[in-house]
Design a protein around this ligand. Structure first.
Ligand code: HEC
Ligand code: HEC
Length: 152
């Protein structure tokens, strides 16, 4: 037991020594808060709370033309990499009807040169670049955005 306490004390002392020696890096960001709040870059900010995404729900109304629709379901553990695209297991033209999911639209087959390809265009492969699930988080910055009348 004594040995254990000794070892713990040694660790604590080493810890405080290291803290004293650590270079004081401060970055003046002018008081701007980001997702990691106003924690200094050199300091690890406390981990953000896990978001509670809803399991399933009705589609969200769109706010403006050409908006990528928001994702109305949880996407935890849905893998997207070179070999697998879990989203397409439900949203591809082939699977959508059986999975009762909305199909990706034809725009997802268009290359940047305007060609219509035979499969999902590489620029539309990483779905989460454009589509995001929603949680009831407060907006980081207040705003007065209003959706266009024609869509709501
Ligand atoms: C297990 C099947 C399944 C998987 C996997 C899946 N979805 Fe869905 N998705 C659905 C269904 C069903 C709906 C219709 C609404 C509902 O029931 O939640 C939907 C709705 C959507 C919508 C709304 C479309 C609209 O017109 O408003 C988007 C966007 C979407 N999903 C994106 C994704 C993305 C991105 C992934 C991968 C990260 C994904 N989905 C994985 C089944 C799935
Ligand atoms: C570069 C941005 C981008 C990427 C990447 C992308 N989408 Fe979309 N998606 C959009 C936009 C914009 C729309 C709405 C207008 C349209 O259809 O092009 C849309 C529409 C949709 C819709 C509704 C289709 C409809 O007919 O209304 C679904 C479902 C969808 N996307 C699923 C996906 C899935 C699954 C992936 C990944 C394989 C994906 N998207 C990748 C931008 C994107």
């Amino acid at each position: 037991m004594k040995k254990l306490i000794g070892a713990m004390l040694a660790c604590l002392m080493a810890g405080s020594l290291m803290a004293a020696e650590a270079p004081q890096i401060t970055t003046d960001n002018g008081g701007v808060k980001s997702l990691r709040n106003s924690a200094d870059l050199a300091i690890e900010a406390p981990a953000a709370q896990m978001k509670n995404f809803r399991k399933d729900g009705d589609l969200y109304t769109r706010q403006y033309m050409h908006q990528p629709p928001l994702i109305p379901h949880d996407i935890r553990n849905y893998e997207i990499d070179q070999k697998v695209n879990k989203c397409l297991a439900c949203h591809s033209f082939k699977n959508a009807t059986a999975m009762k999911a909305p199909k990706i639209s034809p725009t997802h087959f268009e290359s940047r040169d305007g060609l219509t390809l035979g499969e999902v265009s590489p620029r539309r492969y990483f779905c989460l670049q454009c589509h995001v699930p929603q949680t009831d988080a407060k907006p980081l910055v207040g705003n007065t955005f209003k959706p266009v009348d024609a869509l709501n």
